[in-house]
Design a protein around this ligand. Structure first.
Ligand code: S3P
Length: 179
């Protein structure tokens, strides 16, 4: 697929450590599109890192900044949007994103998420406990939102290129990007 020529956005949703940021970057590159990463946008609009926002002002402030950024991101056309893992827990956010394009959910097993999130210590919600049990519990609470993707990919045993390729094939199959 050369150039993505569609007003639709491609929105990546899913739990922490499922690969949304890396996949978003690579997918945007392959399609020649702009990438909007909601966590990065929150950091630049507040001038604070995500852990700083959680620590100083708590989860409520974070979710409110996140909703603002999600609405702004969804107002773009023909971009890749990589969301923070909790962005779609707010049904309004999910609805706005859905109206703006195609939703792709990335998933992974609790063990894989645990291994991936150990490496970086930048997730406030897993700071004190990122055991597979805790991850499994959060995944179960969030399942209703994540299962709403138009395409759902388990990234546990896939390379970055394989995940990106799967998304591109899905877009081609559905003829997304063709006017
Ligand atoms: C969160 C996921 C994080 C970040 C914040 C909260 C969540 O993003 O937005 O720490 O509630 O799942 P990633 O999914 O990119 O790690």
């Amino acid at each position: 697929m050369g150039n993505w020529d569609s007003p639709q956005n491609i929105v990546l949703i899913g739990f922490m450590g499922t690969g949304k940021s890396s996949v978003g970057k690579k997918l945007a590159q392959r399609l020649g599109l702009r990438l909007i990463d909601t966590d990065t946008e929150i950091e630049s609009s507040t001038g604070l890192t995500i852990p700083e926002i959680f620590q100083r002002d708590g989860v409520v402030r974070f979710r409110s900044e996140e909703s603002l950024v999600v609405k702004k991101a969804a107002s773009w056309r023909g971009v890749v949007i990589s969301t923070g893992g909790g962005a779609v827990l707010n049904p309004e956010n999910l609805a706005v994103l859905r109206r703006s394009g195609i939703i792709v959910t990335l998933t992974a097993s609790p063990a894989v998420i645990c291994a991936r999130t150990i490496r970086k210590g930048n997730r406030p919600l897993l700071k004190d406990d990122n055991s597979p049990e805790k991850i499994q519990k959060l995944l179960a609470e969030r399942d209703y939102a994540y299962r709403q993707g138009d395409l759902i990919i388990d990234t546990s045993d896939k390379s970055l290129d394989e995940v990106v390729q799967t998304i591109i094939e899905f877009l081609e199959e559905k003829r997304y990007g063709k006017n």
